[in-house]
Every structure is written in structure tokens, then in C-alpha cells.
Ligand binder design. Structure first.
Ligand code: CA
Length: 220
């Protein structure tokens, strides 16, 4: 059989965490706090948070943008990986969890690096573009409403600098991307994004089976 990505059963996944996860006590507390919420499934896996932080350091990114912040776990991971003069602009809709995110960012000492803008992300992104910030972001993490993923890609390609990185979460969508006739707008949009990216000449591409599928697009 051709070499392929490994299937992670639970014992192997637990091993992966045991030998590589470096989650701080604060991040662990935030994750456990979030797990008790009804929308707990919106949170990224801890190894994803660590991977995002590594990507920030590997790329030397200083201007970050996150679309879909929830209780702020991924934002906290990335903000802690930034240099002192780095910034993270977070977009989310108003919710009780906004205050949770901000409280943990304060406790971690990174609140000054993070700006949270509340509203529909597409409108916030349009506003950012109108502010003249096209081409100014180094890295974008996109984990908001899936139905708008194709639109977020277009926005990312305007807002990122050349060589900048767009990262989409949930691109394997618990396997629902395999559905032949999906009824869900979210599933349709993720399928459309994945298909469009396959041959999109504007990006270099890798879809990693990390978490629920993590697609990395480097803007050419
Ligand atoms: Ca997600």
C-alpha cells in the first residue's frame, strides 16, 4: 500500500498528546472551562493550538488575523507566540464567551496585543479592507461560520501579504465532506472551498489531517 497519513485511534492520540502537548496550566483551565459550554465543539484541539503557535514562530508572523475566536483558546496560543510588537486582530459575533476570552488574555498578559472586533465577520473584514489594510497581514486563522469559507478565502487573499498564510479549520468536517448530496450549507461550502483550492493558482496548499482537518494556504 502507498504510504499514507496514519489513522489515529484513541490510544495513539493519547500517546501523541502525552509526548508532545505542552499546554500551560492557564490554557488547560481555559479548555476545561470551554468544554463545559454548549458550543464546546467550536474549540480547537489543544495540539492544534500548539501547532498554530509553532506556525506563528516559524513564519515570523507579526500581524495576525483570526476569524472566529469563541473563548479565545487559539487566539491565546497565537498571541503568546508573537514577538512583543506583534498584534492579533480577532473577529467574532457578540456572545457571552467574548468576556471569557478577554479575561484569559488579560490573565496571560497578552491582552494588549489582541483587539477583538464584534460583528459579522464578513462586514468586519470589509471594514478592515476599507481601512487600507489589504496586503498587511502575515497569517490568518479562519474558524468561523463554514458557509462563508469561500468568501473568507477571497478576503484572506486580499488582506494577506504575498507569502502570507491562511489557515482554515474543519476542512475535513468530521468526514461529512464525503457526502454526495449534502443538505447543509456548511458542508456544501467546505466542499466548494476544498475543490476550489485544489487548483487555485494563487496559493500553495496543504490539507493536514490535524484536528478536524486543517488547510494551509500560502498566498503566492
Ligand atoms: Ca473549528
Amino acid at each position: 500500500m502507498t504510504a499514507r497519513s496514519i489513522t489515529l485511534d484513541d490510544p495513539l492520540y493519547q500517546y501523541l498528546l502525552a509526548v508532545s502537548l505542552r499546554e500551560t496550566p492557564l490554557l488547560e483551565r481555559l479548555r476545561e472551562h470551554t468544554q463545559a459550554l454548549p458550543m464546546a465543539r467550536w474549540q480547537v484541539a489543544p495540539e492544534q493550538g500548539q501547532f498554530l503557535a509553532l506556525l506563528v514562530k516559524l513564519t515570523g508572523a507579526k500581524r495576525l488575523l483570526e476569524v472566529g475566536t469563541f473563548t479565545g483558546y487559539s487566539a491565546l496560543c497565537m498571541a503568546q507566540a508573537l514577538p512583543d510588537d506583534g498584534t492579533l486582530l480577532c473577529c467574532d459575533i457578540p456572545g457571552d464567551y467574548n468576556a471569557t476570552a478577554q479575561a484569559y488574555w488579560r490573565e496571560a498578559g497578552v491582552a494588549a496585543r489582541i483587539e477583538l472586533r464584534l460583528g459579522l465577520a464578513l462586514e468586519t473584514l470589509e471594514h478592515i479592507e476599507r481601512q487600507g489594510l489589504c496586503g498587511s497581514f502575515d497569517l490568518m486563522f479562519i474558524d468561523a461560520d463554514k458557509a462563508n469559507y469561500p468568501a473568507y478565502l477571497e478576503s484572506a487573499l486580499r488582506l494577506l501579504r504575498g507569502g502570507g498564510l491562511a489557515i482554515f479549520d474543519n476542512t475535513l468536517w468530521s468526514g461529512r465532506v464525503l457526502e454526495a448530496h449534502p443538505q447543509s450549507a456548511d458542508t456544501l461550502a467546505i466542499q466548494a472551498l476544498n475543490l476550489a483550492l485544489k487548483d487555485d493558482p494563487r496559493v500553495d496548499l496543504s490539507l493536514l489531517p490535524v484536528g478536524d482537518g486543517l488547510t494551509l494556504c500560502r498566498k503566492r
